[in-house]
Design a protein around this ligand. Structure first.
Ligand SMILES: [Zn+2]
Length: 465
């Protein structure tokens, strides 16, 4: 048992149902949970570690609901810098075919380092390509080492080009092998308890890279084990056209036919989700991972987030893979969600009256915390209260990023000013970032190794052309 005392935070945004914001508040953490919150004189005066948070803002740890961490090795590749989704994928598949277990392990830690330093404490990852002996265990072990709460999703691709799919045949797997490995991973790693640090979800890559059968069998497997389902859906116009041509229906209808709606399902993107799809998702509590930077980078469009929220669809935020965002700053993603929602409304027909209130700073922070927790099916994270997991981010309101803003409104400044890095990040009661530095891995040698592997991966692909 260890204890941690955070004293005298200037502002604590609890993001509970009332979105309470407390001033001059201290937080006492025992082991992995918040044991007490309130004025310093009501809390124990001593702990194994005490951090003075005068002048700081504390938020719940941010929650990232969609990522492809291995893509950190293929950021800013010149040949696909200006491509839309399908040609971007076709350009990258041959490079990703060279991934090794070491590359997955190192790139996962680099992606997690970036997230942790931006105040993110829980992340999902969607690994859907398994060449050269790569296993999902490589990412899970990387997460355990760096100390991030992790929802590892077992992705897959089974329909290659020769069968009418998008990926080359060399990167697809047999469906029986996918299902067997997914079951092994659930039985080995999935923890359903309060405070779980590792959970596993079942995640065929997308309707254009797996069969109807695999979608159905994945849903059956997930429900037999009580784990969640995740995939990409309705990302752009080409995605909708593919669905109409191959399946004769919209992506949302396709999902419904295959059992891919429900409180245990979340879909990435949904940029092109129509009104009927939103109604279906709201009725069934099907979640959406909104990825604004990636949607802008690939010119996919603007997801109708306000309409989804008003309809009752659970929405969280995702940075998406590092090759279609290239910057996994979770707080920055929330800022982009706020800005993009306002642009989206401005582009609608004259007469719409929401304007900048389309998404407020507090709405964006809610998406990045409670919203993400709900989408991942977690009631033990996403807001700060006694009994909750001690996952939180601390931002220094006296730093340059907040100058002239935090004096008026710390929470508003957090989202509207340039996106700051966290001063401290606490995951499961453990200080994983202290004074802006990771405590669990040595970052410079990790980055050196990562960049060497990134180059090696690109050279391997060139050699096979
Ligand atoms: Zn994605």
């Amino acid at each position: 048992m260890s204890t941690l005392l955070l004293r005298h935070a200037r502002c604590v945004a609890t993001l509970d149902a009332q979105r309470r914001e407390l001033t001059d508040t201290s937080i006492f953490i025992r082991d992995y949970r918040i044991e007490a919150m309130g004025p310093a004189h009501d809390l124990p005066a001593e702990a194994d570690e005490v951090l003075d948070l005068s002048g700081c803002l504390v938020t719940p740890g941010l929650v990232n609901t969609h990522h492809h961490m291995y893509q950190s090795l293929t950021r800013a590749i010149p040949a696909v810098q200006d491509a839309e989704l399908f040609s971007w994928l076709r350009g990258l598949y041959p490079i990703w075919a060279g991934l090794t277990p070491e590359m997955v392990q190192v790139s996962t830690q680099v992606a997690m380092a970036e997230l942790l330093l931006s105040g993110c404490t829980t992340s999902s990852d969607h690994l859907y390509i398994y060449p050269n002996g790569v296993r999902l265990d490589d990412s899970i072990e990387a997460a355990q080492q760096i100390g991030m709460r992790f929802v590892a999703t077992r992705g897959s691709m089974s329909v290659g080009q020769s069968q009418g799919g998008l990926p080359p045949d060399v990167v697809v797997e047999r469906e029986d092998a996918i299902l067997r490995d997914t079951q092994r991973l659930i039985e080995t790693w999935h923890d359903a308890r309060h405070g779980a640090m590792v959970q596993v979800a079942v995640a065929p890559c997308s309707p254009f890279s797996v069969s109807r059968d695999l979608m159905r069998e994945s849903a059956r497997l997930a429900r037999a084990h009580g784990v969640r389902l995740h995939t990409h859906l309705a990302e752009n116009d080409h995605d909708i056209a593919y669905s109409r041509e191959k399946f004769g229906c919209t992506p949302a209808e396709y999902a419904e036919q295959l059992g891919w709606v429900g409180h245990d399902v979340w879909h990435a993107h949904c940029v092109k989700l129509d009104a009927a799809g939103m109604g279906l998702f709201a009725r069934t509590r099907t979640g959406v991972a909104h990825c604004p930077c990636s949607n802008m980078r690939l010119a996919s469009g603007i997801a109708p987030v306000r309409r989804m929220l008003d309809a009752g669809v659970p929405v969280g935020l995702g940075v998406d893979g590092s090759a279609s965002n290239d910057g996994a700053h979770m707080l920055g993603e929330a800022r982009q969600a706020l800005l993009l929602a306002r642009v989206g409304r401005a582009l609608e027909p004259f007469g719409c009256d929401a304007g900048p209130a389309e998404m407020t700073a507090r709405d964006a922070l809610t998406l990045a915390t409670r919203g993400g927790a709900e989408v991942l099916g977690r009631s033990d994270i996403g807001h700060l209260a006694v009994g909750q997991c001690a996952d939180l981010a601390v931002f220094d309101l006296r730093s340059l990023d907040f100058a002239g803003g935090a004096v008026h409104d710390p929470v508003g400044a957090l989202l509207l000013c340039a996106s700051a890095k966290a001063r401290h990040t606490v995951v499961n009661g453990r200080v994983v970032v202290r004074e802006g530095q990771l405590t669990t891995v040595d970052l410079p040698p990790l980055l050196e190794r990562h960049n060497r592997l990134a180059l090696q991966l690109a050279i391997t692909a060139l050699g096979q052309r």
